[in-house]
Write a protein that binds this ligand. Structure first.
Ligand code: ADP
Ligand code: ZN
Length: 210
């Protein structure tokens, strides 16, 4: 099964992607994580992507499309995959169609902008392994120390309040039109994000199995 998770930054796509990954045993692919890794390793893609990411803008289509194409060609994607954060523009969605990738379902996780602003201000990520936490909703056991690897947890540069507003603007302008795109293909299902992560997960899994 090939799935897409759609939703504003901070709607909880990443968390839901992990839940689906363990339930269906198909890999979750986050273009954001791949890009952050590339930035950290200072690869050619990473150097190109860095300034866009830090300012909350989208990385150019041809860069992300190339990354995604390489990733889904890997062996572990043979039985399907979950895309988290791709496509983010209509040209990216068209590129997937052109690659001949058949998408079964597109799950939109809907969360209002105001809620998102609150959530992202408390988000912390591990510098070392990239695990994600939240000061209120998913705190680390020891303050600022990653549960998984002991690395230091920090505020992501693009989670600064001004950048969050810019990311939301970009989402509404460039990514939200994908709802129409997939609605027309009869693939869109919307899940309303709940305060309790496990409640959202139940709704997400039900939407996929329906
Ligand atoms: P979030 O969904 O929390 O905004 P991601 O981790 O998915 O964050 O992405 C972080 C940043 O990486 C984005 O703001 C953007 O700059 C870049 N990025 C990730 N995926 C894409 C994509 N499909 N197209 C363009 N830019 C992307
Ligand atoms: Zn860590």
């Amino acid at each position: 099964m090939n799935l897409i998770l759609l939703g504003a930054p901070g709607a909880g796509k990443g968390t839901q992607a992990e839940v689906i990954c363990s339930a269906l045993k198909i890999p979750a692919i986050s273009t954001g994580n791949i890009l952050r890794e590339a930035v950290k390793n200072e690869t050619k893609c990473g150097l190109e992507a860095k300034s866009y990411m830090e300012s909350g803008q989208l990385v150019p289509d041809e860069v992300v499309i190339g990354i995604l194409k390489d990733r889904i060609a890997q062996d572990d994607c043979k039985n399907g995959f979950i895309l988290d954060g791709f496509p983010r523009t209509v040209p990216q969605a068209e590129a997937l169609d052109k690659m001949g990738v058949n998408i079964d379902k597109v799950v939109e996780i809907f969360v209002p902008d105001e809620t998102i602003k609150k959530r992202l201000s408390g988000r912390r990520v591990c510098e070392k392994c990239g695990n994600s936490y939240h000061v209120d909703f998913k705190p680390t056991k020891v303050d600022s120390v990653c549960d998984a690897c002991g690395g230091k947890t920090v505020i992501r540069k693009d989670d600064e309040p001004q950048t969050v507003s810019d990311r939301l603007k970009v989402y509404h302008e460039k990514t939200a039109p994908l709802k129409d795109y997939y609605e027309k293909q009869g693939k869109l299902v919307t899940v309303v994000g709940q305060e309790e992560v496990s409640e959202t997960s139940k709704l997400t899994l039900a939407a996929i199995e329906a």
